[in-house]
Design a protein around this ligand. Structure first.
Ligand code: PLP
Length: 398
């Protein structure tokens, strides 16, 4: 409705003139479709909208044009034909688990995965009769054995690089072993990003958009990317669980994506240089970065990751236990915060962030001790980052 002159004030407050740009005069930046509802033009249209998401929009928990733009972009970048956005990375993982796992089913999760994913499977889904088997990246034979058993898993959840030990999974081997048991592979590709792993026959990719995609620490989001047939199975579950992505967050993430290539290249370059430098520092040991030649999975990384080592670097402090808090407290440029993949550099004490749910021995196997530090490298000048670490290590070693 454009002509509102004949309406009374109370009606005008509610029904405003619509002023979209005329044909041939589009906005350069896509607008934020900040509307929870969409209007059907007729009953026949409404019926089509309710039965076919591709037809258009009816309600933003089901789909929204701004969110759809992000879904289409990320499905394309990851090399799949469909995607479904969620309010956060963990909402994406929850929707996948709730879709494909039933009471009595088994799932496998690698110990070296995001702590809330371990909680989701080992605690929440366990209450609904799903049995989760946790195995380490170092125990591939255990995965093979479970897949060849009479009760093989329905899903395997993995990350590559793993957090925080930055191990690389042998994707071809995992896929082959899982497929032989009709087990779906779910790769949380948050650390590796949208340009990695698309050529592998992974069934479902999950991303936290809160990290590399948004890039500016101001929006939460998640994405499930797969073939159409699997997304259609997740869709009714995800929209009913209710963890949908808000259009404003989707728009912020779309804006972040415009500089994705530049940001991720700059951060990975910084991280690689910093990792090499850390190997020369007396206050750091066991530096883990997949592009380093002495990394246990360096060859796999070369084969699978197109030369991108990512923006995370993990190492152990050599100081006394009492120096660990001093190290973190003394950092000025690195912020003591979770997450990574943003323009700012962050430092995470790994045990309390990622490993305090694991028995000590399992945490150690997963590469986590009280002195393990994960750095999420941003795009600042490398020398400033090095100086910050030197000052903090000097304070910690006094
Ligand atoms: N997966 C990985 C590997 C993560 O690191 C994170 C968050 O740190 C998530 C999933 C969860 O993402 P979100 O915080 O967006 O729910």
């Amino acid at each position: 409705m454009n002509d509102i002159r004949h309406l009374r004030h109370d009606t005008k407050f509610v029904h405003h003139p619509h002023c979209p740009p005329p044909d041939g005069n589009r906005s350069l930046v896509s607008p934020i479709y900040q509307s929870a509802k969409y209007v059907a033009s007729s009953m026949a249209h409404l019926r089509r909208l309710l039965t076919n998401r591709e037809e258009g929009y009816i309600y933003s928990r089901i789909s929204n044009p701004t969110v759809r733009e992000l879904e289409d972009l990320l499905a394309d970048l990851q090399g799949r034909d469909n995607a479904l956005a969620t309010a956060s990375g963990i909402a994406a993982l929850t929707a996948v688990a709730m879709t494909f796992l039933n009471a009595g089913d088994r799932a496998v999760i690698f110990t070296e995965s995001y702590k809330p994913t371990r909680f989701l499977l080992g605690n929440i889904l366990a209450r609904f009769g799903v049995e989760t088997i946790r195995i380490s990246r170092n125990e591939y034979s255990a995965f093979e054995k479970i897949c060849q058993s009479d009760h093989p898993p329905k899903l395997v959840f993995l990350e590559s690089p793993t957090n925080p030990s930055l191990r690389i999974h042998d994707l071809d081997w995992i896929i082959k072993t899982a497929r032989a048991a009709s087990c779906l592979t779910v790769l949380d590709n948050t650390f590796a990003g949208f340009l990695a792993h698309g050529e592998f026959a992974i069934d479902i990719f999950v991303h936290s958009l809160t990290k590399l995609a948004g890039g500016h620490s101001d929006a939460l989001g998640g994405m499930i990317i797969s073939r159409k047939e699997l997304i259609e199975k997740v869709f009714p579950v995800a929209i009913t669980l209710g963890g949908c992505l808000d259009p404003h967050s989707a728009w912020l993430i779309l804006r972040g994506m415009k500089t994705y290539g530049l940001r991720t290249q700059a951060a990975s370059k910084n991280a690689h240089e910093l990792a090499l430098w850390l190997t020369t520092q007396p206050w750091a040991e066991k530096v883990r970065y997949p592009a380093l030649k002495n990394h246990p999975d360096h060859e796999l990384w070369q084969k699978q990751n197109n030369g991108d080592g990512g923006s995370a670097v993990t190492f152990e402090l050599t100081c006394a236990e009492s120096g660990v808090d001093i190290f973190f407290n003394s950092l000025k440029l690195f912020s003591l915060a979770p997450s990574l993949g943003c323009v700012e550099s962050l430092a995470a004490p790994c045990l309390i962030f990622f490993g305090d749910d694991l028995p000590t021995e399992e945490a150690r196997l997963a590469g986590i001790t009280s002195k393990t530090v994960r750095l999420g490298i941003g795009i600042e000048h490398i020398n400033d980052l090095k100086n910050d670490l030197i000052s903090a290590s000097t304070a910690a070693n006094i």
